[in-house]
Design a protein. Structure first.
Length: 154
């Protein structure tokens, strides 16, 4: 059962049975996947994006970790670095377009897509715009694979 609550800033959350509060716009499949990852203490990767179009924002920071929970009256999901961590950044749970457990996609927005990545020498381009430069072409290729979700570390 879900209850809708509002914080002091006017943000609405859906509170589920275990007292975790997800943004009111968070997809039920996302909630189920995050709850399963929290219960199994599995390391996951989240992909943030536009939930109307399915376009991946291609975030590279704060996207890998374990699901934790904040303290206080409104307990929101956190992405903690490792199983011993006590805190981490809040998840933008209402902006998740894809979730991976290892190399397995456990959730993907029905319109999920990403702009194309290419490597030219030691530089990485997204949609023909240079976004990163590395010392070696191997580092550039690893970065491209990470951004495409084919590798879970840089």
């Amino acid at each position: 059962m879900k209850t809708v609550i509002t914080d002091s800033r006017g943000i609405k959350y859906q509170k589920i049975d275990n007292d975790t509060c997800y943004h009111v716009d968070t997809n039920d499949s996302v909630i189920n996947n995050l709850e399963a990852a929290k219960s199994s203490q599995a390391r996951i990767r989240v992909f943030y994006g536009d939930t109307k179009t399915g376009l991946d924002w291609n975030e590279e920071h704060d996207v890998l970790g374990y699901i934790g929970q904040s303290t206080g009256n409104i307990k929101i999901p956190l992405l903690v670095n490792n199983s011993r961590s006590l805190g981490g950044p809040a998840l933008l749970d209402h902006c998740i377009v894809k979730i991976m457990l290892g190399h397995t996609v456990t959730y993907q927005h029905e319109k999920y897509h990403s702009l194309p990545f290419t490597v030219k020498g030691n530089e990485v381009y997204r949609d023909n715009k240079k976004i990163a430069r590395f010392k070696t072409s191997k580092q550039a290729e690893n970065y491209k694979l990470f951004m495409e979700g084919k590798r879970n570390k840089l």
